[in-house]
Ligand binder design. Structure first.
Ligand SMILES: [Zn+2]
Ligand SMILES: [Zn+2]
Ligand SMILES: [Zn+2]
Length: 84
């Protein structure tokens, strides 16, 4: 738990503040921790499978939002290559 500093002016910003009152800088909101929908274990964004319960995560094509199988390397709909 550390209070962060404004990257613009160095003013201390409390954790629950949305930005700097001094210069108007707005904090970037961090993504909430990802959890497995099955076992609630913490997971990484680029994981395709839960190491705890072995559930495969749903992956969507970044281009067309098509639901992809976890072992696909490219989207069959739009041809987008899936980065792992
Ligand atoms: Zn500031
Ligand atoms: Zn899991
Ligand atoms: Zn696609």
């Amino acid at each position: 738990m550390s209070s962060s500093k404004c990257p613009k002016c160095g003013e201390k910003i409390k954790k629950d503040w949305k930005g700097c009152p001094n210069c108007g800088y707005i904090k970037e909101t961090k993504n909430e921790a990802l959890v497995c929908s099955n076992c609630k274990a913490e997971i990484e964004e680029d994981w395709i499978r839960c190491p705890m319960c072995t559930k495969f995560f749903e992956i969507k094509c970044p281009k067309c939002d098509y639901d992809l199988e976890s072992n696909w390397r490219a989207c069959p709909k739009c041809g987008e290559l899936i980065k792992k």
